[in-house]
Design a protein around this ligand. Structure first.
Ligand code: GDD
Ligand code: MG
Length: 345
């Protein structure tokens, strides 16, 4: 049994407007909070307690995730002001006991923590970072390791020139830490674990553990949120938490699979829910409207004769009749869209 510290304090600026009224962990993916996928993964690897270090909209986080998930305890630590990834981990130090999993709360993956833990113990590591190879590494931390996996260099958000190769192993946002390694940080101070702390660990029991053929995605942008949703529906992610729920389908309304419709939603006459749509709870899709590859959160109302493609629509939004949105639009919470509005030509 093991504890996991989950960093969830970020404002999710790149996920705006989706993150304006909800923190990232609560953002729905196939109609369940994105954090559920992370908790399922941790549970599979023997984690029985999750400690969320929160800062941005913490009351919403607690309201949605509550104090347990399928038998796993959930605790919350609230920061008054964001102390960076390092400061947040330091805040959780008193709650850690023995080897602890620490993860970035916006990464969805099936990274094998069990194997990583075996490696951690065998190499007598004090801090192990999970590594995953990518081509576009400039928005991540790039990690170079020696033959036995010991970390030689940790470069946060490097340029192509600094790294020099096309592909690199990046910090997957998954760590195994012996709590005492955090002693080098002072309480209450701001630290970036990637920039200020990890470089200090080099040469002192600091290892990287590589995994290649796995699923790994940082869910930090609307595009990547859609990618995760599509990957689950197409079976490219090992877990699907969605359930078929009861909804109303009027005469002539069509639903193509894969798509998901939430409880209490009403599909009016002759509307077409095309491929890869996710529609939240208590939504309404008007007569003759056509949706394709859209994500609608709860309580969204779409009028008649609308065409919506590749659009993400946050809760409480109302779209009037004859609207045409086809250009990867993202509508923020409680938007009001006038009739005949359109994107593109
Ligand atoms: N509690 C708390 N306080 N959490 C924070 C804070 C803070 O001050 N700052 C960031 N976080 C949380 C975010 O909510 C997120 O879950 C996680 O820490 C990482 O922050 P991001 O802002 O998403 O960082 P990033 O994606 O640019 O880069 C990080 O993740 C990459 C992998 O996805 C780095 O760790 C990179 O090295 C790594 O490759
Ligand atoms: Mg991130």
């Amino acid at each position: 049994m093991m504890k996991a510290v989950i960093l969830v304090g970020g404002e999710g600026t790149r996920l705006r407007p989706i993150s304006l009224m909800m923190p990232k962990p609560v953002v729905p993916v196939l109609n369940v909070p994105m954090m559920f996928y992370i908790l399922e993964w941790l549970k599979k690897h023997g984690v029985d307690e999750a400690i969320m270090v929160a800062c941005y909209l913490p009351h919403i986080l607690n309201q949605v995730l509550k104090n347990s998930y399928k038998g796993m305890k959930i605790k919350y630590i609230y920061e008054d002001a964001p102390l960076g990834t390092g400061g947040a981990i330091k805040r959780a130090q008193p709650y850690m006991k023995g080897t602890t999993v620490v993860i970035n709360g916006d990464v969805v993956t099936d990274f094998n923590i069990t194997k990583m833990l075996k490696f951690h113990k065998e190499s007598k590591s004090r801090a192990t970072v999970g590594l995953y190879p990518v081509q576009n590494y400039s928005s991540f931390g790039v990690v170079d390791t020696g033959l036995n996996g010991s970390i030689k260099r940790f470069l946060e958000k490097p340029s192509r020139e600094e790294v020099g190769t096309e592909k690199a192993y990046i910090n997957a946002g998954i760590y195994l830490l012996e709590p005492e390694v955090l002693d080098i940080m002072e309480k209450g101070r701001k630290y970036s674990v990637e920039r200020d702390v990890f470089p200090e660990f080099i040469g002192n029991g600091f290892f990287g553990f590589k995994q290649e053929y796995i699923y790994w995605l940082d869910m930090g942008t609307p595009e990547r949120l859609r990618k995760f949703s599509t990957d689950i529906m197409e079976g490219n992610y090992p877990l699907n938490l969605s359930e078929n729920e009861k909804f109303l389908k009027e005469k002539g309304a069509k639903v193509l699979k894969p798509s998901l419709i939430g409880k209490g939603t009403k599909l009016r006459k002759n509307c077409v829910i095309g491929l890869l749509n996710v529609i939240g709870k208590k939504c309404e899709i008007g007569e003759n409207s056509v949706l394709e590859n859209c994500i609608l959160f709860d309580d969204v109302k779409v009028g008649k004769d609308c065409t919506l493609k590749n659009t993400i629509i946050c809760s409480g939004t109302e779209i009037k009749d004859n609207v045409r949105l086809t250009e990867n639009s993202v509508l923020g919470p409680c938007s009001k869209i006038t009739q005949y509005s359109k994107s593109g030509a």
